[in-house]
Design a protein around this ligand. Structure first.
Ligand code: SAM
Length: 278
């Protein structure tokens, strides 16, 4: 089965990603960032986290260190989708962030020499990968000896949702099934630690956190649109998993949750940091 990116690139999906920032989504990684570092962000999407990392490097380097000749450090964001790279580069321009660059590239074959980066980061990509260890070996290759890798991915075993209905349960199961059909792994979060070890990283530290969606429609509309698009794109109906009526009932259930006065929707995220060498 070929690997396919389940959310697609609708404006809803892109805006969903663009809500993210270093403070809200990369806090586990920022303690490892030092002035002057060269960072790589893989699967950067619209680049809001990447730009936050660039601003952090700029701030860390400070006027004092620059007068001593220390460059502020740089971030390169890569994504295999040209539209995301365009959006990220435009954001860098409009926000006047000069130490971030964006490049269309695949994590499995990065266009960089061995030992190029001080740290490599990847947020919400590994759940979409068919060969995560192959990707991690590529990250290992481009990292300098002693370099840091930081990954964060959701684990869809950790949905906290209320009030539930059978249609809502079915909607979430269907979304998981779609991701698996596309060769992704909705439960990769809990496996990130093992994957880093398999790829040879050491000094691994794992952690987890929860994201509550405010407003709820941020998450429910994102999933409802993926379900609706799947009728054409992923052939859930043709493959016998569902029928047209159920698709409608599942997306309706998600939208009803976002309107419910007691509605609650949170997701578990898993985080790991490791090192190349001891
Ligand atoms: C869920 S988005 C995450 C975007 C951003 N990191 C964030 O968290 O906001 C995943 C991104 O990874 C990209 N992607 C998927 N497979 C990829 C691959 N093999 N190599 C590089 N990028 C990939 C997708 O195009 C998408 O933009």
């Amino acid at each position: 089965m070929p690997e396919k990116y389940t959310p697609g690139y609708s404006s809803n999906a892109t805006n969903f990603m663009a809500n993210r920032s270093v403070d809200t989504h990369a806090a586990f990684f920022t303690p490892y960032i030092l002035p002057g570092m060269k960072l790589l962000d893989c699967g950067c999407g619209p680049g809001t986290i990447t730009l936050g990392l660039a601003r952090m490097l700029e701030k860390l380097s400070g006027v004092e260190s620059r007068s001593e000749g220390l460059a502020p450090g740089t971030v390169i964001g890569i994504d295999r989708e040209a539209s995301q790279i365009r959006i990220a580069a435009e954001n860098a321009l409009t926000q006047a962030v000069s130490n971030a660059n964006f490049l269309e590239a695949n994590i499995y074959a990065l266009p960089f020499s061995d030992d190029s980066f001080d740290a490599v980061f990847s947020h919400a990509l590994f759940e979409h990968l068919q060969e995560p260890v192959k990707a991690l070996r590529e990250l290992w290759r481009v990292l300098k000896p002693g370099g840091i890798v930081g990954l964060r991915s959701p684990d869809w075993g950790g949905f906290l949702i209320a009030p539930t209905t059978p249609e809502l349960d079915k909607a979430l199961s269907y979304c998981k099934w779609l991701q698996q059909q596309n060769s992704g792994n909705p439960y990769v979060g809990r496996e990130l630690r093992a994957l880093l070890r398999q790829a040879g990283f050491t000094n691994i530290k794992a952690s987890a956190s929860c994201e509550y969606y405010e407003p709820l429609s941020l998450a429910t509309e994102y999933l409802a649109l993926i379900i609706e698009a799947s009728e054409k794109v992923d052939q859930g109906v043709e493959k016998g998993w569902t029928d047209e009526q159920s698709l409608k009932a599942m997306s309706r259930a998600l939208r009803e949750l976002s309107q419910h006065p007691d509605g609650f929707f949170a997701t578990a995220w898993c985080e790991v940091v490791g090192r190349k060498g001891d």
